[in-house]
Design a protein around this ligand. Sequence first.
Ligand SMILES: NC(=O)c1ccc[n+]([C@@H]2O[C@H](COP(=O)([O-])OP(=O)(O)OC[C@H]3O[C@@H](n4cnc5c(N)ncnc54)[C@H](OP(=O)(O)O)[C@@H]3O)[C@@H](O)[C@H]2O)c1
Length: 334
Amino acid sequence: MKAVVLEQQGSLEGLKYVPDFPDPVVKQGHVVIRVKAASFNYHDVFTVRGMPGIKVPLPMIIGLDMAGEIIEIGPGVDGWQIGNRVLVNPLNLERGLMGEMMHGGLAEKCLVAQHQLIRIPDGVTYEDAASLPVAYGTAHRMLITHKTVKPGDQVLVLGASGGVGTGCVILAKMLGATVIACASSADKLKRLKELGADEVINYKEVDFSRWAVEKYGKPQRRSYEGGVDVLINFTGGDTWQPSLRCVKRGGKILVCGATAGYDPKEDLRYIWSFELQIIGSNSFYDDNLQALMQFIEQGRMKPVVDKVLPLDRAVEGLRMIENREVFGKIVVTP
Ligand SMILES: NC(=O)c1ccc[n+]([C@@H]2O[C@H](COP(=O)([O-])OP(=O)(O)OC[C@H]3O[C@@H](n4cnc5c(N)ncnc54)[C@H](OP(=O)(O)O)[C@@H]3O)[C@@H](O)[C@H]2O)c1
């Protein structure tokens, strides 16, 4: 089968389009799906570069997110039939993440354990379903499962143009918040406005922290009332300290990642003085993905898909993510 295979970690040069990778062989408790759509996440960039503490067995077909049709069923699998449309939860409970510890979705076919299968409702396309798990599922858990945002809150989203970011903008608006979306280009800001953001900030040109204090904090900042209610930060690095400075007393900082660095300079004084709540969130469960597919079916939301690429051009999509050129998600249709 055709597949996008990581042969050597370090850079995108180690990622190859292979026209004749061996097909997966069905086994006990598993099915084989024909992958109809897969999507990239920043996590795939980390997998390609290599992450401390994670040893990826090579060669590895990358890609965490995928949706497809069941074409083979192994012994011991109940309740599923050939032809069923399925979204795959990328976490395999025995071996770890798809596309990292076992072959992922950037291929024509994929072996998947039964416990990872989630039925796709009729009104949801493969492309939309495959956009959801890692990015939108994580946003759903961070905002909705953890009940972190309420109507009327001011929610500032850093990295709002990406997968998790667009998910946070959409869901925070659904929850009745005022959304301040930060991104690095005029085009991204325009698209964030179209997506529903109330305010947009180009944080390459404007200090977002100062902006938020001036807009929502003056003159009360010193009396602790100023700042935003919720700040979403999965960028880390040098965005961390400014984030601490623009959240109001008792406000929340939601964290699910650290694209720009996981050990930023800290300033504990802001955490105690302003009684900040730092709330971590990790991944998603089937109920997050089922809820999101229901939203799509009900016409309440649609994941933002920037580009749909064929498998032989998939690496281009990951390069766009690495270069911060993407708005929303890149989908690949093997
Ligand atoms: N814990 C979990 O379960 C979980 C789940 C999903 C994602 N994550 C993490 O969350 C982060 C975002 O993931 P994603 O898939 O949404 O990524 P993405 O689609 O690439 O979006 C990330 C956005 O962050 C912005 N950004 C700011 N500084 C950046 C930098 N130094 N390098 C790259 N982008 C930067 C970019 O927008 P601008 O150019 O506009 O600034 C980009 O659009 C990643 O760190 C990922 O590992 C964690």
